[in-house]
Write a protein that binds this ligand. Structure first.
Ligand code: NAD
Length: 360
């Protein structure tokens, strides 16, 4: 199939650019050329341009200067959370489609402004929730859609590490990121859960937030010792969300917790007909001919026909985003959905601060 060629630009050439987006975009060289790279640290933009850009790719340290170019059509915003709202709105207003990394924004006011800017500009906006593109997530979504779990009235969104405090970038800085484990990894688990349930109507939220292990012993951390003198964000947070239809969503998000039950970016669903877990693939639990039964679908054999199973979620995210731009149809992650995730996270922080339940 002949695709139109996109001209893409990156703002932020750090970890997520190099780990997720650039390798995935490199596989789509028949669909997108990367022609502009911006980072406050010029060498990072230069390195990315050299490795992944067109021979004439330009390097910037000021995103405003880059956005003035009229020959770019899609911008990837891969910078710390504090900048997402400002950069996204500027890119949309300059006429570009935008993929912004997760979390969408620091708070719901910013998220709403981003949605409004997308509507007003007529450009597309998506958020980098790549876990939705996983084969197991998409399979579970189908199971729920087909009614095979019945009414899903309890969901658990898991994002728990035993010791996995990030040590690069500005993840430990409240002003830059707006929070710690909750806004960083809890956001993924909550996004997946709401999407699989197809339930975007939260009613009440209560939460607790802890700064317990962040100031402690750094032994055993997956990313090496963190700077525990300067950490200003929570290491754990838990949310209890009641949806309008009465369903309960329990969210657990932790970078450091004294538990061996570590499940990250996993969902547990309990419905009236059956339940589903995401441990070691997908497990559907039900009753079958009078016996409790557990079914483990062989996802690699039942994947969507024609799908290339060598692709990972980053590849699917990159490709489906370009499909959306080419067809004009919304992509899998819609900004209005990410805004609900943002509202709930904000309510968990507020509830923890005030000690009260938050009505949405
Ligand atoms: N989807 C995921 O699973 C995932 C994983 C990690 C990080 N992220 C998200 O990606 C974003 C970046 O995280 P990271 O780990 O890449 O951090 P990072 O610190 O490695 O990279 C961020 C880069 O942005 C640059 N930058 C900051 N402000 C800028 C500005 N105004 N203009 C141009 N460049 C600017 C920094 O110099 C840095 O190089 C965060 O929002 C984070 O939540 C997502």
């Amino acid at each position: 199939m002949a695709y139109p060629m996109h001209r893409g630009a990156l703002i932020g050439c750090g970890f997520i650019a190099n780990q997720k987006h650039l390798p995935a975009l490199a596989k789509l060289e028949n669909r997108i050329q990367l022609v502009a790279f911006c980072d406050l640290v010029e060498e990072r933009a230069q390195k990315a341009a050299k490795e992944y850009g067109t021979p004439d790719a330009a390097v910037y340290t000021d995103y405003r200067e880059m956005l003035r170019r009229s020959d770019l059509d899609v911008v990837y915003i891969l910078t710390p959370n504090r900048t997402h709202c400002e950069l996204t709105i500027a890119a949309l207003e300059s006429g570009k489609d935008v993929l912004c990394e997760k979390p969408m924004a620091l708070n719901s006011v910013e998220a709403e402004r981003m949605c409004e800017a997308a509507r007003a500009s007529g450009r597309q906006l998506t958020i980098g929730y790549q876990n939705r593109y996983r084969l197991d997530s998409r399979y579970l979504k189908k199971v729920v859609e087909n009614g095979e779990l019945g009414e899903v009235y309890l969901a658990k969104a898991h994002a728990v590490r035993r010791r996995g405090i990030p040590t690069w970038g500005v993840f430990l800085n409240e002003a830059e990121q707006g929070g710690g484990a909750l806004i960083d990894i809890g956001t993924h688990a909550l996004d997946m859960t709401l999407w699989i349930m197809n339930n975007y109507k939260p009613k009440r939220v209560s939460g607790s937030v802890y700064k317990k292990l962040g100031k402690g012993d750094t032994a055993g951390n997956a990313f090496g010792p963190w700077d525990n003198e300067h950490i200003t964000v929570e290491d754990s947070a838990f949310g209890y969300i009641t949806m309008e239809n009465g369903a309960t969503v329990f969210l657990e998000a932790s970078w450091a917790l004294n538990t061996t039950d570590t499940r990250e970016q996993k969902v547990t669903l309990c419905g009236t007909r059956a339940g589903a877990d995401m441990n070691d693939g997908v497990c559907i639990n039900s009753v079958c001919s009078g016996e409790l039964a557990e079914t483990r679908p062989l996802l690699r054999q039942t994947g969507v026909p024609g799908e290339d199973l060598a692709k990972n979620e980053a590849d699917f995210e990159a490709e489906m985003w370009l499909d959306a731009l080419d067809t004009g149809k919304p992509t899998l992650v819609r900004p209005e959905q990410a805004m609900v995730v943002t509202q709930i996270l904000e309510a968990i922080y507020e509830s923890a601060r005030t000690g009260k339940e938050v009505e949405l």
